[in-house]
Design a protein around this ligand. Sequence first.
Ligand code: ADP
Ligand SMILES: O=C(O)[C@@H](O)C(=O)COP(=O)(O)O
Length: 427
Amino acid sequence: MRIGAIADDITGATDLCLMLTRAGFRTVQVMGVPEPDQRLPDADAIVIALKSRSINAEMAVDMSCAAARSLLDAGAEQLLFKYCSTFDSTDEGNIGPVTAALMDVVGAPLAIACPSFPEAGRTTYKGHLFVGDQLLSDSPLKDHPLNPMRDSNLVRVLQRQTALSVGLVQIGTIWQGAEVLRQEFAARQAIGQRILIVDTLTEADLRTIGAACEGMALVTGGSGIALGLAANFVAAGKVTPWQAPRRMAAPAGRSVVLAGSCSAATLGQIEQARAAGLPLLAVDAEGLAAGRATAAELASWAIAQPAASTPLIYSSAPPDTLRGIQHRLGQHEAGQMIEATLAEVARRLRDAGFARFLIAGGETSGAVVAALGVTTLHIGPEIAPGVPWTRSEGGADLALALKSGNFGAPDFFLKAWDLLEPEPVDV
Ligand SMILES: Nc1ncnc2c1ncn2[C@@H]1O[C@H](COP(=O)(O)OP(=O)(O)O)[C@@H](O)[C@H]1O
Ligand SMILES: O=C(O)[C@@H](O)C(=O)COP(=O)(O)O
């Protein structure tokens, strides 16, 4: 194994798997911290998907370190800690505490923090994160249900989370190339800086940063950073690039979309699906809390739709509605209740013969996949930047598209299915 990665949520993990696959790596996604006797699959990269983004920092540290140790035991040459390209975290963590703990695990004196993913519009300039043309703090991420991002200055955000000294390497240094950047890393280390936010505007910058990180035991960032890291192994002849298939064989069975993301992209995708005439059902959060609505009813509604249709069940709500629900039910309580409900719906639909699931939302996907008993995902074709089709192993045999709430074009819920082939075709 060349790269062993720990992702703080499941859609982030599939995003990273797709990036590594694109770079020619045979990549497998494993769900949760492996059991001590669990043999990890043979692959160029293994990505362990955790659900550690929004939990308490101590638990996130424990899980991440355990995952790191299992990757190192399985021979990983370089560790990557993958978090969101919008740096989703709170003042308590978990990016800072997990980075610091992983640095201890591998004995790294310095780590970079590079969330940028220019292809998805995430860039960093003078340490400020942009989402498209907006500062992070002006973007829809300011209204995220669990990790509202209201400060774009990543040095400031990260410094609030860790006692380690956080520095910034600006774009001008990156443009001087990998060798100068490596010297800059050494100079920063010499003055006591331990974690460096690195500016990134383009894919070329990611490649330069990746090249400068060759041989570093630990790198942290979004999926974009994997581009350059993987290229190092290919250039060194350690990985023979593999061409991923453009379509994927999917098990026979009905299709459904379950959306628990309240991100602007998901809200737009729901409206496009509505306009296209997909059968749609909104989850009544307050009804669930009061026992007036149940997962069983939601699942029965989907089962009753025409077999050839793709029903869509969503809890997604715009910021004002969301704030009202959270005010009445509690932020985490509401989130967990909805995650548990959509997970239960998924389990019931699987039992009723649904085999093709499109799930919108990282936390939502984590809850659904756990409920379905899936342990491993094989990466299939790219639906949109950051979102591949996957096929499951462990639990039932399913085609799963796990969409980060923020990703995908408005017609994502309509077009994703076009990449699936009926069996038999090799995955
Ligand atoms: N109507 C709602 N009211 C309150 N919380 C909600 C509602 N709909 C979804 N949520 C919660 O918001 C969170 C969305 O996070 P996530 O699934 O990671 O989406 P994203 O990928 O957009 O970040 C989940 O915990 C989900 O249960
Ligand atoms: O890096 C990204 O933007 C994604 O890979 C990701 O982590 C998104 O998280 P969710 O929006 O919670 O799915």
